[in-house]
Design a protein. Structure first.
Lengths: 351, 351
């Protein structure tokens, strides 16, 4: 049975809250009193502050008007074994981007297509996404997500994010994504028209969350790989507001092909997704993964070994980092269609 | 490809936000200026207010110290076809309960077991849950959830919730749940020991979100029913913080067995779950549903018709309300084990 959480009010008799009984929690209190009734100590999260402004408040505008910041309270159901799930982090990134659009747009629709993009039948599609995460928030923690955009090559756009602890401002995760324009009729990548460039280029800034001049190209694996999960199908709840399969769902599917041994003892420190083609409603998807290079990072020394795929048993090599190569594909009779290539890097959990 | 949302900063030149440039959005502004630079109109949600206090702020204590209120910004990814999903509402209820526990508990653990419950090897399990919803929030809306507890019979506990618009305080959804104590060793329902009653009974109040003296007992259906979905298995992400299958997941599974015709044209107005036994990690679950009674509610007149289950085709009768009976079960070779019995009522969407 599901175990909804419940408990009881601890005060011995009813208390009345009056308007002046608001208490500032900006430093950790051991206990507090309301109208002379003592309340016992509250276990405040180390990462909790007092007030949050609403998502569309102009106080969320940062970087001299080029960036947007949103505060998130990590909720109980967004965690697994006490830490926030990687899927929830992808959701947070999407939410911050959506509010950036709502706060800043003038002539763009909710999915970020500008007036002249719409006139030219163009829309944005994401081609690559990378997230690096050093620490994991717990339920009750508050984090701030900053997001902004820049140019990517001649015809593309880059959206970056930084995730920080709300109390200290220390950045503990970074993400970057690249976007191309696609013609809705031909479904092909399109050169950015000058009139569209004129609309958007003044909003670009140079700042990068993850510095990379030449992003690593991911290698392709096939279903001879060690871990193969078949029969994955997008459901209603897997679609985003634009009726496309959400990033969270792609991450869900990739993690399906990670063995429990890894999920239990390692923590994701980096994930890369390379989007190859669109997943349709009716597609049946295969998630494939292969334990690839293993990086032993110790005293700044990194060794890369390509693992033998025929390793017997399910034990992972006892190293501090594991790396998996991923493929999401639709298996056809004669050929397979790639949906997403991916790579995940896992750091040994501290016991 | 996933369509993350993005757009561009609309200001013609960089702006500087100074400390005194905070703007109060408590009424809808058409446009605003920061340091003499005009910002165009922002489409504020009709349901958005300015500030939220953190979940553990004592300003969230209501009902003379017996209740807890939490404010939620509905996030973009919590919606489907513009409205919040019913699963997200179940998540919100869980989150509010969790914070009630964190704010009020003294001698209880995170799942609400008191000191003497732990001593007696007892824990809480939910036996029934009902949610009624009149209106659906959209992403960007803010809602408040109030929660409190009361007694349920001699040995049980009731947890109730009310969901209201943050701006007007109007209640648009109500939920109630009943809880029993279970002995962890025997896994059987247990009489509440007097010493436990002494710990918790002073926190109970009479207030009820949904008045019901004798909750309706749900009838049982079997896999001869019209809609049968097999092969559902709980995954990591389907478990809650206590490693039990979450309510959200049970609702997910129930909705799997609702035909698209209904999901597209009707909106859930009521859902009841009766928990029969625990779903284990390794269980393979069947979700079964049957279009049952149909209530035509017009001018206060309600007619109940038991539908012929052999109705041909997939068209639903053209009425304003549909009701489905549900069963989640683990199908064994000789007998099936019931997990959850359910009932959903659907109101025709206004076009």
């Amino acid at each position: 049975m599901a175990s909804f959480l419940l408990s009881y009010v601890s005060c011995p008799k009813p208390i009345s809250l009056t308007k002046d009984s608001g208490i500032d929690f900006s430093h950790r209190l051991c206990s507090f009193k309301i109208n002379r009734v003592s309340f016992p100590a509250i276990k405040l999260s180390r990462r909790s502050t007092t007030m949050s402004v609403a998502p569309l408040d102009v106080r969320n505008i940062i970087l001299d008007g080029y960036g947007y910041r949103q505060r998130f309270n990590v909720r109980s159901y967004e965690a697994e074994t006490k830490n926030i799930t990687i899927q929830s982090i992808f959701n947070f990134l999407e939410e911050a981007s959506w509010n950036y659009v709502r706060l800043f747009w003038v002539y763009a629709n909710e999915s970020g297509a500008t007036r002249r993009m719409i006139k030219n039948d163009l829309r944005w599609v994401v081609s690559r996404m990378e997230l690096q995460i050093d620490e994991y928030p717990n339920p009750g923690d508050q984090v701030d997500i900053d997001t902004w955009v820049g140019s990517s090559g001649k015809n593309g756009m880059r959206r970056d994010w930084e995730i920080k602890w709300a109390d200290t401002g220390k950045v503990f995760a970074r993400a970057t994504s690249t976007w191309a324009m696609v013609n809705q009729k031909t479904r092909r990548v399109w050169k950015m028209p000058d009139e569209v460039r004129a609309e958007i280029s003044h909003s670009f800034i140079e700042k990068q969350a993850i510095i990379q001049d030449h992003p690593k190209k991911l290698c392709k694996i096939d279903d001879n790989a060690r871990y193969v999960i078949s029969g994955l199908q997008p459901k209603r709840k897997d679609m985003d507001m634009n009726n496309c399969v959400s990033n969270k769902t792609y991450v869900d599917w990739m993690l399906e092909a990670i063995p429990d041994e890894c999920l239990n003892n390692y923590q994701l420190s980096k994930i890369i997704l390379e989007y190859r083609s669109e997943c349709k409603n009716s597609d049946v998807v295969q998630s494939i993964s292969e334990l690839g290079e293993v990086g032993i990072i110790e005293n700044g020394y990194q060794e890369n070994i390509h693992m033998n795929v025929n390793t017997q048993g399910d034990e992972l090599p006892n190293v501090r980092n594991n790396r998996y190569t991923h493929l999401l594909q639709v298996k056809g009779e004669s050929k397979c269609e790639e949906i997403v290539r991916g790579e995940t890097t896992w750091k040994k959990r501290l016991v």
